[in-house]
Design a protein around this ligand. Structure first.
Ligand SMILES: Cc1cc2nc3c(=O)[nH]c(=O)nc-3n(C[C@H](O)[C@H](O)[C@H](O)COP(=O)(O)OP(=O)(O)OC[C@H]3O[C@@H](n4cnc5c(N)ncnc54)[C@H](O)[C@@H]3O)c2cc1C
Length: 377
């Protein structure tokens, strides 16, 4: 999105999956390939590209934003799946970073430098991605609690136990209530975890599920419903993916301000409680939820940007949540990226490293041509 004019590049026609090498678990792709199309083609070989930001994003956008999502807790983020990039630098030089080997100790990790750079360093024109096998069995569970803190504590305990859920999402009663009304889910309106496990056999999954039940009961879980039918499982994940749209639809005429922070998993419970309390105290319409398994918390707040008092309350809540997340050793953005909105928090989070980032940007792009106005103030 240009902030002061300029050229916009459109990668729509660079949309080819160039090669899939099933034996290497790799694919070479152009940046305009859409995530679902890549997965459709990889699926023919029993493989998939796990990072899933919900939207059918382009691979170039996912790389530039280090996209992640519901299954990151097990499979990792985009950065864990990029082996090699072809990049065009601002002066027009074409270069590649990394290699196609599964590991390398060779020099600076320039591939990771470009991942998450939000188009500020160069243009990705080709990527070699790691793929992984489609899990043969999956099992979904819905776990309820009397209070939010117990639910958030159970998340930390489950992750610490090594159970490796493939997804672990926290939802507050307010959001469940809204999803019930808008999507007809029929769930109890109490703090809830949506959880999914992937495994090589049904027997292994049943064992995992019974361990998860024991653990969550010891954390105050009041019900544990596993083996959710396929149809209901799809409905649940669709509703979770569509949470932002659902909230938006239910509050027509209002704009959303989305908080997106992440903290170490042991600090997740206090982050959740702090955020929900803040929203309640300030009497703001807001919904707390998140990719709990990776300590990622979202608060979607509704307001009118034209109402200065109302909107500044929302911005204040956002700032206080970001500040607390950074104090707890976390980050100002778990997955939505810095862009324009989070620039003001970068120095607070990174300290002197922020200056080094600036220096790298100035070295690679001395004229400031690449996506100016993003990441840096
Ligand atoms: C409401 C909302 C929810 C979101 N939820 C998530 C989420 O759950 N998880 C998540 O990870 N992200 C999320 N995002 C952030 C973002 O939309 C995604 O990461 C997505 O992957 C971006 O892909 P895109 O194709 O839409 O990219 P675009 O929006 O087109 O581009 C994103 C960035 O990548 C740069 N870029 C694009 N292509 C290239 C290229 N070839 N070379 C260099 N730079 C390039 C652009 O300059 C831009 O800075 C969310 C955003 C919004 C607004």
């Amino acid at each position: 999105m240009p902030t002061r004019g300029g050229l916009v590049m459109d990668f729509t026609r660079m949309n080819k999956v160039l090669e899939i090498r099933p034996h290497d678990l790799q694919a070479d792709v152009q940046p305009g390939v859409l995530r679902k199309e890549l997965n459709r083609q990889a699926g023919k070989h029993g493989l998939f590209f796990p990072p899933d930001p919900g939207a059918d994003a382009t691979i170039g956008g996912m790389i530039a934003n280090n996209a992640s999502g519901v299954q990151t807790v097990k499979y990792g983020a985009t950065k864990d799946y990029v082996l090699r990039l072809t990049v065009v630098l601002p002066q027009g030089d074409v270069m590649y970073t990394g290699c196609k080997a599964g590991k390398s100790s060779s020099g600076y990790d320039l591939t990771r430098l470009f991942i998450g750079s939000e188009g500020t360093l160069g243009v990705v024109t080709e990527a070699t991605l790691r793929l992984t096998g489609i899990p043969s069995h999956h099992l979904a569970a819905i776990i309820t609690f009397d209070d939010l803190e117990s639910a958030a504590n159970a998340v930390a305990v489950m992750i610490g136990s090594g159970l490796e859920p493939a997804a672990l999402e926290l939802l507050t009663p307010e959001l469940i209530g809204l999803m019930n009304r808008e999507e007809g889910l029929g769930l109890s309106e109490v703090p809830t975890l949506f959880c999914e496990f992937h495994g090589i056999s049904k027997a292994a999954l049943l064992e995992t599920s019974s361990l998860a039940r024991e653990l969550t009961e010891s954390c105050g879980g009041t019900s544990f419903r596993s083996g959710v039918e396929e149809r209901e499982r799809e409905d649940l994940w669709r509703a979770r993916h569509d949470a932002w749209e659902t909230i938006h639809r239910a509050h027509q005429g209002k704009e959303t301000l989305i908080v997106d922070v992440a903290v170490p998993i042991s600090r997740y419970p206090e982050m959740v409680v702090f955020s929900r309390q803040l929203v309640g105290e300030r009497k703001v319409t807001g919904y707390v939820f998140g990719h709990a398994g990776d300590g990622n918390l979202h608060v979607v707040m509704m307001g009118d940007p034209g109402d200065e008092e109302e909107w500044s309350a929302l911005e204040d809540i956002n700032e206080r949540i970001v500040q607390r997340a950074v104090e707890l050793g976390g980050t100002c953005t778990g997955e939505h990226g810095v862009g324009i909105g989070k620039r003001k928090f970068m120095h607070m989070e990174h300290g002197r490293s922020y200056q080094l980032m600036r220096g790298i940007s100035a070295l690679v792009d001395p004229k400031g041509l690449m996506n100016p106005g993003k990441i840096f103030i």
